[in-house]
Design a protein around this ligand. Sequence first.
Ligand code: BMA
Length: 328
Amino acid sequence: MTKLLSPPLSNIPWQDRPAGSSAPLWRYSKNPIIQRDGAKGANSIFNSAVVPFEGGFAGVFRCDDTCRSMNIRAGFSRDGINWEIDPEPIRFSGDPEVTHYEYRYDPRVCPIGDTFYVTWCNGYHGPTIGIGYTKDFKEFTELENAFLPYNRNGVLFPRKIGTNYAMLSRPSDNSHTAFGDIFYSESPDLTYWGKHRHVMAPIPGNASAWQSLKVGAGCVPIETDEGWLILYHGVLRSCSGYVYSFGSALLDLEKPWIVRYRSAPYLLAPRELYELCGDVPNVVFPCAALSDGGTGRIAVYYGCADTVTSLAFSTVEDLICFTKENSL
Ligand code: BMA
């Protein structure tokens, strides 16, 4: 029996697997949970990250406004489903050379000790990985960008690996990046990053075509007694553009650049109308997962069609079995 190495989260949002379904991950019946206009002045709210906070939940949301400026906002919820999102973007304190805003998108939030670290795709002469932190989701401080441009999908591990912080990221280009592998990096202080290791490449050809063009880390890795469970997105190039799906992999606990298992089929691909239609069609993009160490339940938050935010459910047992039994 696989175990989550995370604390109990008894109020995790939850819905049982629909009768008759054998899917490893199932959608919340009232998706999307956040509509595109779910915050003041928003064009779209998607690719967002949430964590347990003070008995409820807090999060950082990708909220593009009606100027189509890409930015991130804080939000709060009692139940993880109904959210109050701030009317204004997060304002970071820190060195003005770093806090200078070009664009911010696709946040992830990673609790380490009593601090919530936020990583996002940060405009700094091209996309790179911004890092900031908060203790209360009201005051945020920005640190140095982790890497040189161009990079996206920076996702921290929720504990140090050995003596260092660790992060997955995806070196990219300044445009819509028609390639992309996931790499692993370490840092003693969240400022200086090194020990870069290759984790995984796209799968060329037909064997697992949903991830044939590029891959990128999604949710903060989930620690289990069998390894780090990661949910990551993969992209297929179709004749009408990119299609974003997501799958799972199991990384070695102490050497997380080693992939132990990796799913050939996707876990979730665009099928529902809110995933197929929107500002960018055919996109499901996971950025957060809540897990309950008590029951093994997992709730995944994912952006849909670059427009709205949805929820899907599974258990650690289901996800690990799926990953192992369908491994490439
Ligand atoms: C990626 C990012 C995501 C987006 C996806 C699909 O490059 O920009 O924010 O969801 O493209 O448009």
